[in-house]
Design a protein. Structure first.
Length: 60
């Protein structure tokens, strides 16, 4: 189990770095909204993060 946790953390940090590099602070904020919404089981927060990421990806 510790290996799986380490892998998930590494993938999460990599995704955050990619969002920061490609989409700037707005991408990081959208990714955080999505992650917090999923972790807290809050569909509103997760939906806002997902829509923000989608809009950023469609813009680029």
């Amino acid at each position: 189990m510790p290996v799986l946790s380490l892998f998930v953390a590494a993938v999460g940090m990599g995704a955050e770095q990619l969002m920061g590099w490609r989409f700037g602070p707005v991408g990081i904020a959208a990714l955080l909204l999505l992650a917090i919404g999923l972790k807290a089981n809050n569909s509103t927060c997760a939906s806002l993060g997902a829509v923000a990421l989608l809009l950023l990806m469609l813009q680029a």
